[in-house]
Design a protein around this ligand. Structure first.
Ligand code: HEM
Length: 132
């Protein structure tokens, strides 16, 4: 979208995706993460808390109610990821899983590409360790 289109956009990306589809994306995402050897071991076996946090975070991040902030406080995402060695390859693997999850859900192409662009930027910003 260009600036004029953003200005006149009637709805947030969150509204255009909808809570139900966002949940579907998050629920599709973590099994893919657990099947990706580069990053699987970083995550706990029981992913329900992780999924709840991610769904709450993405809700606010995409312009919906600030659910993560309300429950957990400021996300400070880079800080909360400091204990995980996120190399460029791991970030790429994480984002590939996220992209596959998005493409597994029935959503318009424009919405998908806006969502992926927003999350790609954040995933790249999460790199905190050079390639080992
Ligand atoms: C780039 C690669 C990334 C890796 C390898 C990664 C890995 C992780 C891991 C291992 C956890 C802890 C899971 C747990 O113990 O419950 C976590 C938590 C989390 N991640 Fe990521 N992450 C990445 C990128 C992102 C991005 C791009 C976002 C947001 C769009 C994100 C959002 C979150 C959130 C909200 C949490 C929960 C934080 C908390 O309250 O503890 N992560 N991530």
């Amino acid at each position: 979208m260009n600036f004029s289109e953003f200005l006149s956009a009637p709805e947030s990306l969150y509204q255009r995706i909808g809570a139900a589809k966002l949940r579907e994306i998050v629920q599709a995402f973590y099994p893919l993460v657990k099947a990706e050897p580069l990053i699987a071991d970083l995550f706990p076996d029981n992913l329900s808390e992780t999924m709840n946090k991610q769904e709450a975070f993405l809700t606010g991040f995409l312009g919906g109610p600030p659910l993560y902030h309300q429950t957990y406080g400021n996300p400070m995402l880079r800080y909360r990821h400091r204990e995980f060695a996120i190399t460029p390859s791991r970030a790429r693997a994480w984002f590939a899983c996220f992209s596959d999850a998005v493409h597994s859900v029935a959503l318009g192409e424009a919405v998908k590409s806006e969502l992926l662009e927003a999350v790609a930027r954040t995933a790249a910003a999460m790199v905190n360790t050079p390639e080992g």
